[in-house]
Design a protein around this ligand. Structure first.
Ligand SMILES: Cc1ncc(COP(=O)(O)O)c(C=O)c1O
Length: 418
């Protein structure tokens, strides 16, 4: 079987109709129309439509971020980000180093310790958080796990415990279907990594205490900076129950049991990129002109609907997320279901995907749509608001074309081996 993997890459064999899932496919002609923008990466994500670096206001570049005008620009980004998200006015929002990873680690290391923690794990990032939780010497850690494509039993969390979860599992394309499983009267804090969900899905802030995200996802901003939002209960924990561990300056949110307010007013802990900040303002302008967060949600839903229409009619591909209600409209993960593919070993499947993805990139039809490295072999196609549904529709014939080409290569190589 292995030899086909070379042939997949180099095949010059004559076309021959092949069978995917018991049905003869016939030939798929090479599509003539390409997506206007082939960038479908799940991070950093595509820039917003109309993005133009030459139109950025660069007046503040090369100045100290602590001077009053640059600081005000940082503060304005915080205010605009909170407003767009619909963050309650009694929450605090700050720009922090290290992108979403920095923001979420900061929250875990600063807040967790007083109570047992329930961690929900169903893909790679949530699994990384559980690994770190294991280092925090918590009174107890319960890891509730599910495999790629599924969610753990959400109702198994204990409202007296702190809870750690990702709103959208970017590497499996599975998101929580809502937050009803979290009590509004809980005793514990709920820490939510929302990096690929913020601005893409409605969020009930009454059921959350910490929300983090990065600029590089739904808004198509630059990497390196993270957003950290804290509820009044989270602030109270920071002030009344200081973290039972030493923290480096980069993680410190409180000093002598007082919140460091400056972090939430544009006084970043260390030096921010003022160019990345302007890029964020550009994305916020675009979101505002579109009509706000509901327009962003709708664009994601449209992208998901465009892909779903094709998936429903396809014989060789299916959603990795088993339940429709948990299917992410941002990181849309697909698995290959054709019997030719499923009969291969995992390594062979991964090489099949890599080969298809290589062809699609060579053709400038799609960049960066392979599965995350630890996820099951398949595709991950970004459907956040900066992507156009029309581009998703133009991409799908290319996926059919690449899959048929791969299947034809394997079929021909097998018959040559008989
Ligand atoms: C759910 C989730 N958490 C954390 C991260 C890390 O984000 P960043 O690289 O912006 O820190 C990602 C990145 O894709 C993610 O999808």
């Amino acid at each position: 079987m292995l030899c086909f993997l070379h042939l997949v890459e180099q095949s010059t064999a004559q076309p021959e109709a092949v069978t995917l899932n018991g049905t003869e496919t016939g030939f798929v002609d090479k599509p003539q129309v390409r997506p206007a923008d082939p960038r479908f990466s799940s991070g950093p994500c595509r820039k917003h439509p109309g993005w133009d670096l030459s139109r950025f206001d660069v007046e503040l570049l090369g100045r100290s971020h602590r001077a009053s005008a640059p600081k005000a620009r940082l503060q304005l980004a915080i205010e605009r980000s909170a407003e767009l998200l619909g963050l309650p006015s009694d929450w605090k929002l700050g720009i922090v180093p290290g992108s979403d990873t920095g923001a979420f680690e900061m929250a875990m290391w600063s807040l967790l310790g007083p109570r047992p923690v329930d961690a929900l794990v169903w893909e790679s990032f949530s699994s990384d958080w559980a690994t770190d939780l294991g280092m925090l010497a918590l009174p107890a850690l319960n890891v509730l796990e599910a495999d790629y494509g599924m969610l753990p039993r959400l109702t198994a969390i204990d409202p007296s415990h702190d809870v750690v979860f990702v709103f959208n599992g970017t590497t499996s394309g599975v998101c929580v279907p809502g937050l009803d499983w979290i009590s509004e009267d809980r005793e514990g804090l709920v820490l939510c990594d929302a990096t690929s969900a913020a601005y893409a899905m409605p969020m009930d802030f009454k059921r959350l205490d910490v929300v983090t995200w990065s600029w590089q996802k739904v808004l198509g901003g630059e990497a390196a900076h993270g957003m950290l939002a804290l509820s009044p209960r989270a602030v109270e924990r920071l002030q009344n129950l200081p973290a039972p561990r030493a923290l480096p300056k980069l993680f410190r949110l409180a000093r002598q049991q007082k919140l460091i307010e400056g972090i939430f007013q544009g006084e970043t802990i260390n030096t921010p990129s003022m160019l990345a900040l302007e890029d964020l303002h550009s994305a916020l302008d675009w979101a505002h002109d579109l009509g706000g967060v509901e327009a962003l949600w709708q664009r994601s839903r449209d992208n998901m609907a465009a892909l779903d229409e094709w998936v429903q009619g396809s014989e060789w591909v299916g959603w990795l997320a088993q339940e429709a209600a948990c299917r992410s409209p941002t990181s849309m993960c697909l698995k290959l279901e054709s019997s030719i593919f499923t009969s291969l070993s995992r390594d062979e499947q991964q090489r099949w995907v890599k080969t298809m993805v290589g062809w699609l990139a060579e053709e400038s039809a799609a960049y960066d749509i392979a599965n995350y490295r630890s996820a099951p072999p398949g595709f991950r196609i970004w459907g956040g608001a900066t992507v156009e549904a029309e581009d998703i529709r133009k991409l799908t014939p290319w996926l059919d074309w690449a899959c048929e080409r791969a299947a034809r290569s394997i079929t021909n190589s097998e018959s040559e081996n008989v």
